[in-house]
Design a protein around this ligand. Structure first.
Ligand code: ATP
Ligand code: MG
Ligand code: MG
Ligand code: MG
Length: 454
């Protein structure tokens, strides 16, 4: 039979008869003898046309094709033809398909909430009208997009956003597994609220109640006590925070890791540093096409690398005395981590990508660090307490009854190596990397205090 092909391969199939399934992105009739279709498979599209030909294509078929609703799925049978003067909106630009048969596979009910063209426009897009005045395109608001997420997700931009989201997970896994980590899966249903209780979802659990895990930290630490030495997890994290901000969700994907420490908690920071570099490098090396597709709708700096001198200036602007930076000045690098960053200073409000700061929380005497990207937090981590008596003391000081977390404390009574780790928010990193300006755009079906559906 005729080969089933992908639209992306059509450029190389001049003259061939092909069969493929696609969505009708747009259709445009020309008189009553010809209809142009823009057909789409995921992020690829091609122009196709149905035109009346004796014995093969009837007038009725052309009419029927012209009446197909946008976003219908069709099965198309036709011949690929190179054609240099094609409409540029088709991504497979230099070929078109002359359709000889077309079947409707799945139609649409009612009306589309918005056109994909409208949903693909940058918020700031303007077009000149006939009289020369700039006119704003109809914008598709975020709420409208999220209420009709399935259609919204079909845009080229969103296809690229979620390919990149998947890539971050892949790169995270690759880096860690090549550094001796194993992936674990910790329970999300818990018997006790793990922190002070304020931000935990309580769910009914048979005759009692349970809590949704707001971090896999306890389980990761117990895996260390069980001698797994280096573990990571990609899993949901639940936070009952009623914070309607651009960067908080009530459910997000946590990229978490925990490892034993030989001599110093800086070993963890170094690993995290290598991890982020390998993720960002991997994205830039292998996903340039997706990054530039998203960049058209959400413009980001082309070159997000911060030079050393720029970084120093930003820090000074943010209130760090220039003298205190003299030491760093000796190094000639454009990427840096600042350890023991003074607590009272805000993280740099930079727009740039590669700025990580860590600080030393002197009040609690814990070796902890936060990493920032474009001035917003993407990771928190710390060396943990592996000493049971100190751990129980700590809990009491925070108003947590150690008895309520006996299983956890017990893990350290059987001996546990010094260890540390950290947790990253996947959607947060994706939002900041692509400058999507709202975390909901980086989540396929976001959950926030006002949204549980779709
Ligand atoms: P923030 O200061 O932004 O509220 P946090 O310090 O409360 O974050 P952590 O408990 O340190 O968050 O969680 C580790 C990481 O998980 C954060 O650095 C961030 O990337 C991500 N994260 C935390 N809370 C959320 C949330 N509500 N929605 C999405 N991502 C989150
Ligand atoms: Mg928080
Ligand atoms: Mg924080
Ligand atoms: Mg934090």
């Amino acid at each position: 039979g005729i080969p089933r092909v992908q639209i992306s391969s059509l450029s190389a199939r001049d003259g061939e008869t092909v069969l493929f399934r696609a969505r009708v992105q747009t259709s445009r009739a020309q008189g009553n003898k010809m209809v142009f279709l823009n057909l789409r498979q995921r992020a690829d599209s091609v122009q196709a046309l149905v035109t009346v030909t004796p014995e093969k294509v009837s007038k009725q078929m052309v009419k029927w094709t012209g009446a197909l609703a946008d976003e219908s799925i069709v099965l198309v049978h036709g011949v690929v033809k190179k054609s240099p003067e094609l409409i540029k909106s088709a991504s497979v630009g230099d070929v078109e398909v002359l359709i000889s048969q077309i079947h409707l596979i799945s139609g649409i009910e009612g009306r589309l909430p918005f056109t994909l063209d409208d949903a693909s426009r940058a918020d700031t897009d303007e077009v000149p009208t006939e009289d020369g005045k700039a006119q704003q395109f109809s914008r598709v608001l975020l709420d409208t997009r999220l209420n009709n997420r399935v259609v919204d997700l079909r845009t080229q931009t969103n296809q690229a956003v979620f390919k990149l989201q998947s890539a971050i997970g892949d790169l995270f896994r690759q880096f860690l597994s090549s550094n001796g980590f194993i992936e674990i899966h910790s329970p999300k249903l818990q018997g006790a609220a793990t922190e002070s209780g304020a931000s935990v979802f309580k769910v009914s659990y048979f005759k009692g109640s349970a809590f949704l895990a707001q971090s896999p930290q306890l389980a990761k630490q117990m895996a260390i006590a069980a001698d797994f030495e280096r573990v990571y997890e990609i899993g949901p994290v639940f936070r009952a925070e009623d914070s309607n901000t651009h960067r908080h969700l009530t459910e997000f994907m946590g990229l978490d890791l925990e490892m034993t420490i030989e001599e110093h908690y800086h070993e963890v920071m170094e690993l995290l540093d290598g991890l982020f570099l390998s993720i960002f490098r991997g994205l830039k090396e292998k996903y340039q096409n997706e990054i530039s597709i998203v960049g058209k709708q959400f413009p980001a700096d082309e070159n997000v690398k911060l030079t050393f001198r720029q970084a120093i200036d930003i820090l000074v602007e943010d209130g760090v005395p220039r003298e205190s930076l003299d030491d760093i000045n000796k190094y000639d690098t454009d990427y840096f981590i600042i350890d023991k960053f003074p607590m009272e200073l805000h993280p740099v409000s930079s727009d740039r990508l590669f700025v990580y700061l860590t600080y030393f929380t002197t009040q609690t005497l814990s070796n902890s660090y936060d990493f920032f990207m474009r001035g917003e937090e993407i990771l928190s981590g710390a060396q943990r307490i592996h000493e049971p008596v100190l751990l129980a003391e700590k809990m009491r000081s925070k108003g947590v009854d150690p008895d309520s977390m006996k299983g956890y404390i017990d893990a350290f009574r059987m001996g546990c190596a010094p260890h540390g780790g950290g947790g990253i928010g996947l959607e947060r990193v994706l939002m900041l990397f692509l400058k999507l300006n709202n975390i909901r755009r980086a989540s396929m079906f976001p959950r926030d205090p006002k949204r549980l559906d779709p």
